[in-house]
Design a protein around this ligand. Structure first.
Ligand SMILES: C[S@@+](CC[C@H](N)C(=O)[O-])C[C@H]1O[C@@H](n2cnc3c(N)ncnc32)[C@H](O)[C@@H]1O
Length: 227
């Protein structure tokens, strides 16, 4: 689902974001911590689940809910919210909370994700997700996320666009394995092995060469909101 961002695009994107996110920044819904490693600086990580991997090492971590941040108003110079708003119980409350904990003059950087799979592999990935739900697995996405950045703007005011576009290579095998395994796709604590088995069969039946590279355009788009 999320392949690493190539070095050059990462330097460009996170370099531009750091101009807004100077000082102490709260990374809400940090996940494994991959963005934390790229953003660096004085970061505090927060997530409802502890998924931290080696990339998060060295950053303070707080277990908490984006919709009820355990911090006083104005505690941070910035808040970073990457691919989180579709996972929380009420995304408008999460945005209001982000604004509350940022000091006046600070910034909130939001990304909803990107068009990562606008390619011929998309239907296969979507079919694996559909199959998982048919098997009764609970997806990590809340159904009522923002429809787009206009929804976020309606809460935080007009945001400034910060984005990078770069080519990315994928294979049918990687897309299927990812959709059936990724910790961000399915709520933790579920047995994903039945889905893995079906996904293997779907790959075999798809008629696609499992290891043929498919190049598609990936966009990572942020909106930055001044408090
Ligand atoms: C798709 S991942 C994004 C992780 C990371 N921000 C990134 O972009 O790589 C979504 C993250 O939001 C977290 N999350 C879901 N609901 C949350 C909540 N109510 N409060 C805080 N984090 C939450 C999940 O545990 C998961 O780590």
């Amino acid at each position: 689902m999320t392949q690493p961002v190539p070095d050059e695009a990462a330097r460009d994107l996170y370099g531009r974001l750091r101009r807004f996110l100077a000082g102490t920044v709260l990374d809400v819904g940090c996940g494994v911590g991959s963005v934390a490693a790229d953003l660096s600086g004085r970061l505090i990580l927060l997530d409802a689940v502890d998924l931290r991997g080696p990339l998060a090492a060295g950053f303070p971590f707080v277990l908490g809910d984006a919709c009820a941040l355990p911090f006083a108003a104005g505690s941070f110079d910035g808040v970073h919210l990457a691919r989180v708003l579709h996972h929380v119980s009420d995304w408008r409350v999460a945005l209001t909370e982000a604004r509350r904990v940022v000091r006046p003059g600070g910034a909130i950087a939001v990304t909803l994700g990107g068009r990562m799979f606008a390619s011929e592999l998309s239907p296969l990935r979507d079919a694996v997700f559909d199959e998982g739900r048919r098997l009764g697995l609970r997806g990590a996405h809340h159904v009522h996320g923002p429809a787009g950045y206009e929804d976020v703007d309606a809460v935080l005011g007009a945001g400034e666009v910060v984005e990078v576009v770069f080519p990315q290579s994928d294979t049918a095998r990687r897309v299927v394995v990812d959709a059936a395994n990724h910790p961000y796709a399915w709520l933790p604590g579920q047995d994903l092995s039945p889905l893995r088995a079906v996904a293997e069969q779907m790959l075999a039946r798809s008629g696609l060469d499992p290891d043929e590279p498919v190049i598609h355009e990936r966009v990572i788009s942020y909106r930055v909101y001044r408090r």
